[in-house]
Design a protein. Sequence first.
Length: 88
Amino acid sequence: ARPRWNEITRQNVANPGGQAMGILCLLLNIFLPGIGSIVAGIMGNKTSTIIIGLLQLLTSWLILGWIWSVWWGILIFMAGNKSYSPIS
């Protein structure tokens, strides 16, 4: 469980597999909070990103969940563009 916690705290998101998937996941996270994170987690085989997506989905009725989803979508988009570097 510790490695997953480190992935989350370092905002180490899954690479969705390219720029087009990064854009799709970002748009999904904007309009369907958490869904883009779940898709990216499945595509990148990262359980921590799937868990984050589920939490975003469950908290999206709070404005905080939607903001969190948009931020994670931006990180996923950057990971798909290879211009991403996790916070150290």
